[in-house]
Design a protein. Structure first.
Lengths: 248, 231
């Protein structure tokens, strides 16, 4: 009777690939950025991200730009592993360069860039070597506003407002309630700041130094870094355990 | 969000003796995984009128240890007929931490004032070791403060110097430790009694790469007028 070794269901993919392949996979991220939040407004897209990059629980780098303009019409915001984001920017540089070299008067719009990124992320995921990022891609071309998202496993979609990481849980409910078509620039900024403030209160990896970027038909502008005021003046915060019989 | 992750006080806790008493300090952040479950916790808990304890690590474990010690100390005070000493309080904490070392994950700093020894600080890290020290630091944020205290600590500080040092240290740790944040709470214990203070997050000093805060970007844009921005 032949004896066969049967691999249990659910064994690590690395064992199937062989020992030398295991070291070539991205297993976990090291230096990470947290949420990016974005919404469509009257003239285009507004996007916000803080400037923090954490190394585990340490808030190691506090002046990292996590939003970059791509070509003339798009803005890319990223959360997750910063080195993978820098690699993506390199790929996009090449993409835009080759596009310019055609010199045919056409330039890649946000929809095309989003599609390219989706393909890149999905194909890496299929090789078990993902780029460990969640990306937000926004832009305006020929009057058409576009806002989309791609995750590290290649899930992609467009919407009127998107967020990554903790923003999905904390910012999107606020946006679902308060976003509407044709927001003015001021209202859009205030809405984004409301979301970023909640993230500051409740996300451990948030850092109080952020930038807000806007893209319109005219182009991309990214604000100077600034910090938000936070509120700690609730009377309940002064002596929370007064009257309590225990420690909490 | 990992809602099944245990509530942990990542934390920065500090206890410092000065000429006449002790100053205890702590941040106010309690996290469940990466979510901040409580941004204004009180990690400095009363054991008796004259002895307090700073809690770090597992929120549940540290609370139950404090509750047990408060219970025993209450009975001990009645039997003794006078306030318990800091040494007795600290040793009760040690007994519980040591005898349950397999099940507990909590680092504690006991500080207080009694008429025999004056102001004293005892550190009780994981495992239940007890160490009397002129100052003690603990919690995940303390890793960022060893160099700072090596340089900034000195003997025989005044009450105000000691409190300033504690507030500065907790604020520095909060700037770099994701598990620490919120407000700085201090408790000063001496022969006159106990005073608790509260330093909200936006009132603390700014460190490297931190900026002055504003209500909104719109205030900045309107104040300075049209200005070239980075592209």
């Amino acid at each position: 009777m032949a004896t066969t070794m049967v691999k249990e269901v659910g064994s690590e993919p690395a064992q199937l690939l062989g020992p030398e392949s295991a070291s070539e996979r991205t297993l976990y991220p090291y230096v990470t950025g947290t949420s990016v939040v974005a919404l469509k407004y009257k003239d285009g897209i507004l996007m916000a991200a803080d400037m923090g990059a954490s190394y585990g629980s340490t808030l190691r780098y506090k002046s990292v730009e996590r939003m970059k303009s791509i070509g003339k019409h798009s803005l890319l915001g990223a959360s997750g592993e910063i080195s993978d984001f820098q690699e993506i920017l390199h790929y996009l540089d090449e993409l835009i360069l080759y596009d310019n070299m055609w010199d045919d008067g056409n330039s890649l719009g946000p929809k095309e860039v989003h599609s390219y990124l989706t393909r890149v992320m999905y194909n890496r995921r299929n090789k078990f070597n993902p780029l460990w990022n969640s990306l937000v891609l926004g832009g305006v071309k020929n009057g058409q506003k576009y806002l989309g998202m791609v995750s590290m496993i290649g899930v992609n979609f467009e919407d009127n407002h998107v967020a990554t990481g903790f923003g999905n849980h904390l910012a999107r409910p606020i946006l679902r309630d308060e976003w509407h078509e044709n927001l003015s620039f001021e209202d859009g900024v205030k809405l984004l700041e409301k979301c970023m403030r909640v993230l500051l209160y409740r996300d451990r990896s948030a850092v109080n130094k952020l930038q807000i970027a806007k893209i319109t038909e005219e182009g991309v502008t990214i604000s100077q870094p600034y910090a938000l005021k936070t509120f700690w003046g609730f009377s309940a915060f002064q002596n929370p355990t007064v009257g309590a019989e225990g420690s909490w | 969000m990992d809602l099944k992750a245990p509530h942990s006080m990542g934390t920065t806790i500090i206890g410092v003796t000065y000429n006449g008493g002790v100053v205890l300090g702590a941040d106010s952040r309690t996290s469940t995984g990466m979510y901040i479950a409580n941004r204004a916790s009180d990690k400095i808990t009363q054991l008796t009128d004259n002895v307090y304890i700073c809690r770090s690590g597992s929120a549940a474990n540290s609370q139950i240890v404090s509750d047990h010690v408060r219970y025993f100390l209450h009975q001990h005070t009645i039997q003794l007929g006078q306030p318990a000493t800091v040494k007795v309080a600290a040793n009760l904490v040690r007994l519980i931490s040591y005898n349950n070392k397999n099940m507990l994950e909590t680092g504690l700093i006991v500080g207080g004032w009694d008429k025999y020894e004056g102001g004293k600080i005892y550190a009780i890290p994981l495992g239940g070791t007890i160490i009397k020290q002129p100052f003690a630091i603990g919690g995940s944020g303390s890793g960022y403060l060893y160099g700072f205290f090596d340089q900034a600590w000195k003997e025989k500080m005044t009450k105000d110097e000691a409190e300033q040092l504690v507030v500065k240290a907790v604020s520095l740790a909060m700037a770099r430790d994701g598990a620490s944040g919120g407000v700085v709470r201090t408790v000063i214990i001496n022969s006159d009694g106990v005073i608790g203070n509260f330093y909200p997050g936006d009132g603390l000093p700014l460190w490297h790469e931190e900026l002055e805060s504003h209500n909104s970007l719109l205030d900045i844009l309107n104040a300075s007028g049209p200005e070239p921005m980075n592209i």
